[in-house]
Design a protein around this ligand. Structure first.
Ligand code: SAH
Length: 282
């Protein structure tokens, strides 16, 4: 057995008639899990989102049927019930089905809805978590979601609801007070409203913000700005973007490892002004 086969030894079989709901991570195929890779290697059909990187699809079993079920704002796309119905149909016809979703299927990914449709139809399934854009994508920009000197809470928020507006029912005052770091998904369009609400609730105009577009892909780009300038910066940002608000953004000045790799420079400096020795003693 060669080493690649040994990797899959002991991992579950994707049975005919079953569906795996798989997170592909934010882009870089290197961020796929072994379960994801193992599913792709066995699949007869891969039903994927627009956000899934082509490099991940290229790892599917040669001959697998690759079906695009993309849902991107503004473009015509299959409706959610149609996607769920397709998964059920493919499984019932005896196919091994991988449903490949960007990031993690259970974080702003409708994985729960699709899984419930499978439950209702009696289709066996497995959930394969993925690296979410709001953590892994930020890491590729050199921004940790938490830092002991900054935050012990991080909030993940979707910038729009099913109808495209800022979700109702968010307690902005509580959020502004209780979440030092806020990570926004699907929020480029609603950033003017969200930043205004946070400032109205007491967040500082000069608080750092980063917009990370196409994170963990070859097209990654990062805009660093402040809360008061964020609305303007949003106009220049490409979708998809994760947006992070909070002092962890300052760490990027020292931790932008990808930029350092590309420029061939060494990392140095401590943007929070706290040496590792002091932190580790604390
Ligand atoms: N389930 C996904 C999120 C899907 S919602 C996850 O866990 O990552 C779609 C949003 O995810 C986008 O609007 C954007 O905010 C974010 N996103 C997904 N992939 C991204 C990427 N490569 N770069 C930046 N943002 C990304």
């Amino acid at each position: 057995m060669n080493r690649v086969n040994a990797l899959f030894e002991g991992l579950p079989k994707l049975e005919p008639g079953a569906v795996w709901l798989v997170g592909a991570g934010p882009g870089d195929p290197g961020l796929l899990t072994l379960h994801a890779l193992n599913g792709l290697a066995q699949a007869d059909v891969v039903v994927h989102d627009a956000l899934v990187d082509p490099g991940c699809l290229a790892l599917a079993r040669p001959g697998a049927d690759i079906v695009h079920a993309g849902k991107r704002g503004g473009r015509p796309s299959p409706k959610q019930p149609d996607i769920s119905a397709r998964l059920v149909r493919e499984a019932k016809s005896g196919k091994r089905v991988v449903r490949l979703k960007g990031g993690d299927p259970f974080l702003f990914g409708r994985g729960g809805e699709e899984a419930l449709a499978l439950v209702r139809a009696g289709v066996p399934f497995r959930i394969v978590p993925g690296i979410t854009a709001g953590i892994g994508g930020l890491a590729y920009a050199g921004i940790p979601a938490t830092d002991r000197n900054v935050n012990s809470v991080v909030a993940f928020i979707t910038g729009h609801d099913a109808t495209g507006v800022v979700p109702g029912g968010i307690d902005w005052a509580a959020l502004a007070k209780g979440a030092p770091v806020i990570v926004l998904y699907m929020a480029i369009k609603t950033l003017p409203e969200i930043s205004a609400r946070l400032m109205a609730a007491g967040r500082l105009a000069n608080e750092p913000v980063a917009l990370v577009s196409n994170a963990a892909t070859s097209r990654q780009s990062v805009i660093e700005t402040t809360l008061s300038e964020a609305a303007e910066a949003g106009r220049a940002a490409e979708a998809p973007a994760v947006i992070v608000i909070g002092d962890v953004v300052r760490l990027r000045a020292g931790l932008d490892w990808l930029g350092a790799l590309e420029l061939g420079r060494k990392l140095d400096g401590d943007p929070l002004g706290v040496t590792p020795e002091i932190r580790d003693a604390g």
